[in-house]
Design a protein around this ligand. Structure first.
Ligand SMILES: [Zn+2]
Length: 328
């Protein structure tokens, strides 16, 4: 069964991936509120959430998947204006604001938005208060949400809320490593004047959002960029900024819409290239003993199970690297 999972995840293509017994699991949070009710034909890959959770359970994560509820709305004020929070809670977004988010507004929409941030907050608390080196959420990475509005399927910015929460709980420097195909515009804008947060975004230059914000470091990629070029750029920049900024906590937005098969990403990575990307990120963080919260980010292939497999690969790659860095 586990071998099947790896095969279906595409992990058999990797020369580095080891047998499941060489994985070291870490806590991840999930919630039944993550898939929301959507009209037939909506392009959002709703089914990826339960599919991903099942894949991880079958791969050995079962005892490490924890359930979360919805966040206390007051905590959203870490990153959002009170007026915006109120308008989401009272279902009073304007038609234009609703259009920008891209989801039909209703109770399931609100529950999902609140649960996404809560999952990331639980994963953050696990690191802050339990000393874990690695934790994750099977949602989140909603990086297009600004302080006063949402857009691009993002209502609240989970990473921004949790980065501020960490700064208020004795963390001095936070880095956001955003490798989704789309720029982390909301996160960049929220932290534009916050020197304790380094925002790093590597994204398709000719893609949404049309108007980019300024991250601490942006790398705009040419459309269709393939593994070799992509990985060279990542390897040139990530170790350098980690050594320069020395973050005490990293939030990894691990979007899989960088894959060539993605409908919205406009980049050209293979599944193997994606595994190499993730492997490089975890290797660099674990070698430096920098704790990391993994969030999901985007992935928009028509085949929802293919999206789930790509996300599962990220978590299993993390577990593999975590094992390699386990204390002897
Ligand atoms: Zn994206």
């Amino acid at each position: 069964m586990e071998g099947d999972i790896l095969r279906r995840s595409g992990l058999e293509h990797t020369s580095t991936f080891q047998a499941p017994h060489a994985l070291r699991f870490f806590p991840v949070w999930s919630c039944e509120n993550y898939p929301l009710e959507l009209p037939e034909g909506h392009p959002f890959p709703n089914r990826k959430y339960p599919l991903l959770e099942n894949l991880l359970k079958e791969s050995g994560f079962s005892e490490h998947i924890r359930r979360c509820g919805t966040i206390d709305p007051h905590l959203l004020e870490h990153a959002h204006t009170r007026a915006y929070i109120e308008s989401v809670l009272s279902f009073s977004l304007s038609p234009e604001e609703t259009r920008r988010v891209g989801f039909p507004v209703g109770q399931s929409y609100l529950n999902r938005a609140l649960a996404s941030v809560e999952g990331t907050l639980c994963a953050t608390k696990e690191i802050l208060f339990n000393g874990s080196r690695l934790s994750g959420v099977l949602a989140g990475g909603t990086h297009h949400a600004f302080a006063d509005h949402g857009e691009g399927y993002c209502t609240f910015n989970d990473v921004a809320v949790c980065a501020r929460y960490a700064l208020n709980h004795s963390v001095n420097r936070v880095m956001v490593v955003d490798l989704d195909a789309h720029q982390g515009n909301g996160t960049a804008a929220i932290f534009a004047h916050e020197p304790r947060v380094f925002t790093f975004s590597m994204h398709a230059e000719e893609n949404y959002p049309r108007q980019k914000e300024r991250s601490t470091l942006d790398i705009g990629l040419p459309s269709g960029v393939e593994d070799k070029h992509y990985l060279r750029l990542l390897k040139e920049h990530l170790p350098m900024i980690l050594d320069y900024f020395q973050p005490e906590l990293v939030f990894f937005q691990s979007g899989v819409d960088v894959l060539a098969a993605d409908r919205f990403g406009r980049l050209g990575l293979s599944l193997y290239g994606l595994q190499q990307r993730d492997s490089f990120v975890f290797e660099n963080l674990l070698a430096r003993k920098i704790p990391c919260v993994i969030t999901l980010g985007g992935g928009y292939q028509k085949d929802h199970s293919a999206v789930a497999r790509a996300h599962a690969q990220t978590y299993l790659t993390a577990a593999q690297k975590f094992h390699e860095h386990a204390p002897a």
